[in-house]
Design a protein around this ligand. Structure first.
Ligand SMILES: [Zn+2]
Length: 194
């Protein structure tokens, strides 16, 4: 499987309320990496970088020279307005980019977003692999639901059960679709033939 990655950059401020090191307002130069996997079309592209840019740029622009806490408050991200971690910000991007892909008429149907990585500093990044096993929009939807359930008050048992259901379906899709091989009829012993 081929993949392409595009990088985006933006400068934003945030604070994590009460955190001993990150509690004061401070800024980061963020890098967002969006990886798309798929197959090469007749033009030699998995996806046109310009198509990807048109999908992602509006969200990058929303955050550039803005305060992330305010954006999270406006978008009603639970916990995001007083604790906008790199993980929460990454999931904010995942939701929006996924929606942007669904709404994009130029998006190749074989292509899917296979990894997003948000660098908060040169040393620290958060990563999301929306579709770790197989490609297909329905699996991605389900995986994102799992991620969202982790953001709410789902118990560890509920999350585990949800992941097990997901991977069970992936296993069936990957291995369960081939028909069972037909068994050869058992040879008839010579002495019983006559
Ligand atoms: Zn910070």
């Amino acid at each position: 499987m081929l993949s392409v990655t595009k990088r985006f950059s933006f400068e934003s401020a945030h604070w994590l309320t009460g955190h001993p090191h990150c509690g004061s307002v401070h800024g980061h130069s963020f890098i967002l990496e969006v990886t798309v996997q798929g197959v090469m079309n007749g033009l030699g592209m998995v996806v046109d970088f310009h198509v990807l840019k048109e999908i992602v740029d509006p969200y990058v622009d929303t955050l550039d020279h803005a305060t992330i806490n305010d954006v999270m408050l406006t978008d009603k991200v639970p916990g995001g307005w007083d604790y906008p971690t790199a993980e929460r910000l990454l999931l904010w991007f995942v939701d929006r980019i996924e929606q942007g892909i669904k709404n994009c008429e130029e998006w190749p149907k074989e292509a899917s977003c296979s990894r997003l990585r948000l660098w908060e500093t040169v040393k620290n990044f958060a990563e999301c692999v929306p579709n770790p096993v197989s490609s297909g929009p329905y699996l991605l939807d389900e995986y994102l639901q799992t991620l969202r359930s982790e953001q709410t008050a789902a118990s560890p048992e509920e999350i585990k059960a949800s992941l097990e259901r997901l991977f069970d379906r992936v296993r069936k899709e990957t291995h369960g679709s081939a028909p069972a091989p037909e068994l050869e009829p058992a040879p008839v012993p010579i002495e019983s033939l006559g």
